[in-house]
Each structure stands twice: as structure tokens, then as C-alpha cells.
Design a protein around this ligand. Sequence first.
Ligand SMILES: NCc1[nH]cc(CCC(=O)O)c1CC(=O)O
Length: 312
Amino acid sequence: MSISRLVVGTRGSPLALAQANIVRDRLIAGIGLDPDQVVLEVIRTTGDMIQDRALSEAGGKGLFTKELDSALQAGAIDLAVHSAKDLPTWLPDDLTIAGYLEREDVRDVLIAPNARGLADLRPGAVVGTASLRRAAQVRRLRPDVTTGLLRGNVQTRLARLHEGRFDATLLASAGLRRLGVADPSATILELDEMLPAVGQGAIAITARTGDTPVLAALDRIICPDTGHALAAERAFLTVLDGSCRTPIAGLAQVRDGRLLLRGLLLALDGSEWVETVREGPVSDARALGDDAGRDIQARANPALLQHQGDRN
Ligand SMILES: NCc1[nH]cc(CCC(=O)O)c1CC(=O)O
């Protein structure tokens, strides 16, 4: 069965639209559709309407996906584009992750008008972020630094920072690149100081389970190595339950059929952490992730895991 029209569901934020347009361009080039055969359908999610609270207090990641899931289930869209980072570990049975585009830069960036890195922040600096993972890793290296809630889309956060309320903020390099933002105050953070979130830098595409024509079309634009990396990272996160109140970082990198996975769990204030590394063939991706999660579970101070299962 050949495809005559594809409806791509996306959130309406500038980053979401940029990502949906990347997928749309790939579909047009990859399966030879006319531009007018691939249309974007913008869907507002609950998460887009919450500006004042940390997401961890408002109910977690599913807030960005629920409405897109419903649109897929209702047949209003044929595929949905997500930041893999914001995709919950659990999906409804009738939906599936068709795959991921080739991953962008996975690293985080420090945006600080007066500092060239974490070590260079003034004593007692205030870093704005809504990410427990970023806050914990900043405080691991700089216990003197305090963190304050700064959320909203990328442009909002940059605007608040440059108003002078914070000394610095952290953003994903991938998002800045996709938005074409080149902030002169940006310094890339290396993986040893700031391990990214599971899925960071990857664009995920979901579709209906068993929708063969759509899944076959998506097969032609997805990146298998990113799929292996994400399988390991998501298995890792699933073991630890990825509670929004537990800072967790994880990154798998694939080279020549081998996968290297790093996982990290931290105390909220960065005073304690447990890390683990697994290496093996990509065919074992899920098992490596699972194993890494269990290793952290076994070695972590139980107090670090106490928020497990909090997610609703
Ligand atoms: N939670 C918001 C979000 N989801 C994905 C990205 C960046 C793009 C990516 O990681 O692929 C961002 C912004 C940020 O963290 O700076």
C-alpha cells in the first residue's frame, strides 16, 4: 500500500515545530512525497499550558504526550514527533516508537554572560533551571551555587536570563542548534561534568502499532544506531522508574556495533551520586540498560531511591 498523505502531529513550541519540520523534510526527501502530501497538525498539550510550576510537581512527562497519543489513536494524525527526552518510558499498547532520527549533539550548554564554564561562575552564583538532573550536577561540582526555577521554552529562558535574574542557565545543545540560536554566552559542557538526560538530542517518532504503511515509510528515515542507544537508555530509566523527583542521567553511544552506556543517579543537592558503565554489542542494548539500572539500584543509598514510583 502506498502513502498519499501523511499527517504529522506536533506540539506548537518553536522547538517542537523545528523538529516536526525536520521530520517532514526527511519524509519528503526519503520517500519521494510532494511537499503538500506531508502536513503538520499542531496539537496543544497540557504541558504547554503550565508555566509556573516545575513539571515534576505538575505530573511529569506524560503531560507533553497525552494529547498527541489521543490524536494518533483517533486517526487525526498518522505520526507524532517528540523530543525523545520528553517521552515517557511507558506508551499505550496501541502506540509504538517507530524510531528516532540520527541524534544531534547530546551535550548540555551553559549559558552565562559572565562565565566560561561551571568552574568560572562567581561564588554563590544563581543558576536557573527546571531540571533536577542539571541542578544536581551543577551542585555536585559547585556546592556554593544555588539553583532557582527557570522554565518555559528555550527563548523564554534565554530572555529571563538576559534580564539578569540569574547568573546562568543550562540548555540542550541540540535544541539551540535546531532553533538556530547562537548565544555568545554559551559554553558546551563535557560529559564528565554534565551527563545528559536519557534521550537528549534525539527526535522520536511515534505511530499506531500495526500501521504497516506508515511504519514502512518511517523505516526509511530512522537511524538504527540511535535506536540501539535509546533502547539501552530507556531500559536503564525504566528500571529506576525515572521518577521526576530523582535526578537521573544516562547516555549510550554506539560505534562499530558496540554500545557504551553511562548511567548516573544523584542526590537532589549533588552531595552523593552513583555511576555505572556498561559496554557490549548493540544486540544487547536493552539488557545492558537493564543491568546498568539494577547495578545503580543495588549500590545506591536507599534514600536516593525513595522517590521511586512517585510519578503519576
Ligand atoms: N524539556 C524540554 C526539552 N526537550 C528537549 C529539549 C532539547 C532538544 C533535545 O534534547 O533533543 C528541551 C530543551 C532543553 O532541555 O534545553
